[in-house]
Design a binder for this molecule. Structure first.
Ligand code: CUO
Length: 677
């Protein structure tokens, strides 16, 4: 099984079946030992096996190799389900993969194979090909590819220099939205989103779709992405992303992605400013849907939320209670295969992506395919993504508003008092200052470039970064030794007008920074926690594939390659501003006996981004509702006044004013040539 070659071959069973891989394949996948893995399919049975696989992927084969694929499209979901079923159900994964690879659309194959590898026991320790190196065209400026091929063919590998992608390649600052393009187009942010949707696929065997609290995590992870985006917008003097509420109104923001689709020499279609979504009549995707139908789904979902119960396909009703309600709604709204009534509540969120992504050619008269909003790999690049997800989040918020606010008793941890919380940042003059700046990092895309001589081809991107920091938290435990969960959030202090945010509004903007258990001894305790330990993030090296940082032990290596889901560490702290953006650091210690889940505890290498990604084969590692304690309206402390953040605090919580200072210079390259600020 040769890799990184345009004409790799796999010999299955020794003779009779040679499968060609016309495109390059990931070196990590190449680590598979063919002899060990293809053994269960004998030479004699290979013909039968191929026929069986072909029969099972009958619909999947209809999507040609030269089209785009999207798991948001129902027809494509049906197709990819066939593939996932085959790849998960077979004893001979390698042979089945090789057969499918040759017969189906390459994007669909990569999606199905990635889902299968993430969920099969026998591939659990195996590397998943990182998508930005396999399909770099979905992540990087299309203008670099001719240069990359030139570089690869004309320049000796030791003389090659990184191809630099400018920060302003999709727009200029004439478009105010461009100020936050660094967030929308960040490679780590987009990789996280793609990986999340692989870990929580819409479709497939029920065992992989029906994961613990997957509907709730759909809500929470996307709510956090919107909150983080709005934090960046405030940092850049932009108002929060307006919710896309009225679907008959033009969408003010345009987006021109400049991505080369590498499919039939086309580029990803742009979306002009002020376009209105229209009824879809797309024969090619078997997608006929009116905007009115979406409006009916939306109204039924609101009706269910306000009546407090949803109807199922069996005409029974399920209450939207405070434990499961949000999860049921998540599966309905997304929707995933486990929606309780797909006909009644529809396919709202997915179809929103499609309406927007096909708004430039709703009836296919121009023979154009969907724009970036139509594919989870690329959707976060477009400003309208956050407007759409702000609307989707509104539905969840409507449900949360029906729940009783947390009582003081539910929030407090008697006898546990947080007396101080500070942030100590490397290079900062004082405590409670975050420092952010630009950094340049290189990524090798040679795996994704066809027909090139060996050796790396580096692209150099500029991205946000922050100085590492430590939380120093002091806690007085006046009880016996016991465990608590430390929950750390950050929120802006002022809104877009410069007015101090009320808690009712501010609660939307709290971004989770970290969450971890800590055992307190009696008396005073001091917690020191590093920014790199965050339960939200994966390390820098894993996003940028810095191969010099690959650990030497097999477990560390597997972790490096496999665990792709998680917010990128370099985007943990929002950009802030030169004058020091004012924010509030919230720290809470909750009672661990109320937080702990009683599921099986299997040591798991991929747990470092668990706040947004969960942990493989385990219950979500926190029993409280996701977003706790800011997921519900705050309790009324004083009948005369709205509750402020200070009034909301119980002794086990604290708020520290902090500032985020942004240095508008490139001060680091590849984490190696760090300059002093
Ligand atoms: Cu992740 Cu809309 O679900 O993009």
């Amino acid at each position: 099984f040769s890799t990184a070659q345009a004409t790799a071959h796999v010999e299955i069973g020794g003779q009779g079946a040679t499968v060609e891989f016309p495109e390059t394949f990931s070196p990590e996948i190449g680590a598979v030992n063919v002899a060990a893995n293809a053994g269960s399919t004998t030479t004699a049975s290979i013909g039968d096996f191929t026929t069986k696989v072909e029969d099972a992927i009958r619909e999947a084969k209809l999507l040609t190799r030269y089209e785009q694929f999207s798991p948001f499209i129902p027809q494509h979901r049906k197709m990819v389900k066939e593939l996932i079923d085959v790849l998960l159900g077979t004893d001979d994964f390698l042979t089945a993969s090789a057969i499918c690879r040759e017969r189906v659309n390459r994007f669909m194959f990569m999606y199905a194979m990635s889902v299968a590898m993430l969920h099969r026991e026998d591939t659990a320790q195996m590397a998943l090909p990182p998508l930005h190196t396999v399909f770099p065209e979905k992540y990087f400026d299309g203008a670099i590819f001719p240069h990359a091929r030139e570089e690869a063919n004309m320049v000796d590998r030791e003389d090659r220099i990184p191809l630099e992608i400018p920060m302003a390649y999709t727009a200029t600052d004439l478009d105010p939205e461009h100020r936050v393009a660094y967030f929308r187009e960040d490679v780590g942010v987009n990789l996280h989103h793609w990986q999340w949707h692989l870990v929580y696929p819409h479709t497939g065997p029920e065992s992989i779709v029906r994961k613990d609290r997957r509907g709730e995590l759909f809500y929470y992870m996307h709510q956090q992405m919107v909150a983080r985006y709005n934090f960046e917008r405030f940092s850049n003097k932009l108002a929060r992303a307006p919710r896309f509420l009225n679907w008959r109104e033009p969408i003010a923001e345009g987006y021109f992605p400049k991505l080369d689709s590498q499919v039939a020499s086309r580029v990803w279609p742009p979306r002009q400013a002020d376009i209105v979504i229209q009824d879809l009549a797309r024969e090619d995707f078997q997608l006929y849907l009116d905007v009115q139908e979406m409006e009916r789904w939306r109204d039924r979902i609101f009706e269910a939320i306000h009546s407090g119960r949803v109807e199922t396909v069996n005409n029974t009703f399920i209450d939207l209670d405070e434990v499961n309600g949000i999860d049921i709604l998540g599966n309905i709204i997304e929707s995933s295969d486990i929606s309780v009534h797909p006909n009644l509540y529809g396919d709202m969120h997915n179809m929103g992506h499609m309406f927007i992504s096909l708004s430039h050619d709703p009836d296919h008269r121009h023979l154009e395919t969907f724009g970036v909003m139509g594919d989870p790999t690329t959707a976060m690049r477009d400003p309208v993504f956050y407007r759409w997800h702000a609307f989707v989040n509104d539905l969840f918020t409507a449900h949360k508003r029906t729940l009783t606010p947390y009582t003081e008793e539910q929030l407090n941890f008697p006898g546990m008092q947080v007396t101080e919380a500070a942030v100590l940042t490397r290079g900062a003059r004082q405590p409670n200052q975050f420092l952010t700046f630009w950094q340049k990092s290189d990524i090798d895309i040679s795996t994704g470039i066809d027909f090139v001589p060996g050796g790396p081809i580096l692209v150099r991107v500029t991205h946000l970064q922050h100085e590492p920091f430590t939380y120093a938290i002091k806690v007085m435990n006046s009880g016996r030794p016991r465990t608590g969960t430390v929950r750390i959030f950050l929120a802006p202090r002022f809104d877009e007008r410069g007015t101090q945010l009320s808690l009712r509004d501010q609660q939307r903007f709290f971004i989770e920074m970290d969450k971890f258990p800590f055992t307190f001894r009696s008396g005073p305790n001091t917690i020191q926690r590093l920014s790199t330990q965050s339960s939200v993030t994966i390390p820098y090296e894993r996003t940028f594939r810095d191969l010099s940082a690959v650990p030497s032990d097999p477990e560390g290596q597997a972790q490096f390659y496999y665990c792709g889901c998680g917010w990128p560490q370099h985007m943990l702290v929002p950009k802030g501003s030169a004058e020091g953006f004012q924010a509030e650091l919230f720290v809470m210690v909750s009672d661990f006996t109320q937080d702990v889940v009683n599921g099986p505890r299997i040591p798991n290498m991929c747990s470092d981004g668990h706040s947004y990604c969960g942990i493989r084969n385990q219950l979500y590692p926190d029993r409280r509702p996701m977003g706790f304690p800011f997921d519900r309206l705050p309790r009324q402390v004083d009948p005369e006044k709205p509750t402020t953040l200070e009034m909301f605090l119980t002794p086990n919580m604290i708020v520290t004013p902090v500032r985020i200072y942004f240095n508008d210079r490139v001060v680091a390259t590849n984490n190696r040539t760090k300059l002093v600020i």
